[in-house]
Ligand binder design. Sequence first.
Ligand SMILES: Cc1ncc(COP(=O)(O)O)c(C=O)c1O
Length: 372
Amino acid sequence: MQTVLLNDFKRQWSEIGGDVLQAVERVGASGWYVLGEQVQRFEAELAAFWGLPAAVGVASGLDALEIALRTLNLRCGDRVLTTPLSAFATTMAIVRLGGVPVFCDTDANGLMDLELAASILSAEPGIRFLLPVHLYGQSLDLDRLAELRDRFGVTIVEDCAQSIGAAWNGRATGTVGRLAATSFYPTKNLGAMGDGGALLTSDPELASRARRLRDYGQSAKYRHDEIGWNSRLDELHAAILTAAVLPRLPAWTSRRQEVATAYSAGIHHPGVRLLRPAAGATSCEHLFPVSVAGREQFEAHLKNHGIATGRHYPILIPDQKAMAGVRFELASELPRARALAASEVSLPIHPQLTAEEIERVVAAVNAWPAAD
Ligand SMILES: Cc1ncc(COP(=O)(O)O)c(C=O)c1O
């Protein structure tokens, strides 16, 4: 029995390999490998896809977040309201700049609780930054997010690493904050064959500052205006993303949505709660999270049926060992995030899943003995 994988990169390669090799050939023949035409073209196409005027390619999603916060002048000691349930990179970006993460609990589905965020911001006027995450590919309520921005004057960076193609009532994630950050880590919906990331913005000045910061703070060759990063998306990856991945993204997202629809229609189990997007949200279905009591047994049951699973995320960020010596604040108790860290399981969802594999996942979940 072939295992149903969380991501199937070999199948992906058989789909995109020819286009990737042609892209490699083009870059090799061009003789130009860093910050050239390919990056410019990819940035233009990504921005057009997203519906924002500017994209800036960088070396990873973490760097995109960090450069975004620096572009917006986050200073040492600045407090940033954020979520405890995300990839560690979300908080790491704040901490690496000397900022202080302030954690706000999530809602029952694992996304930042924006009602709670409003009461925290109202009680704590010293919090100047907000770093929310559109987790699992599900959009936060962008109307509420815009309200927080306008009411409290907080500077927002949206973590869109998992939400490319996601929207709230037709409005793309990443369009409320001053900057959005995304990732091209291979497992992402727009995945490269290595690391990469981008910032997106409607503000051309922010885009040019981010462009300087990613390249040693240079405003012109050998003219360094500020301390920056070496965080450049390379020509090879830009060419691969432009030629082989971005053109397939709409079809791949639709396929993910079909898989999610099939799971939602097929899975009926009193012990398995599907963490589905709120009404108003169009998910890009980056992950398909469920919450179960008895996670280990559930995972073992699926493994016995040849189905791989993931956990997003098993340890809350403030509980990570790396945070032991780091300054952070808990703006609230974290009961809902904590419950999900103990119970969340991600089922396989990717564009290359076959109809038979989808049926196998549904049948195996429904057959979990905890139903008895
Ligand atoms: C929500 C979120 N933020 C940030 C990142 C960081 O992206 P990268 O791995 O490209 O640094 C990731 C991916 O790992 C992520 O899922």
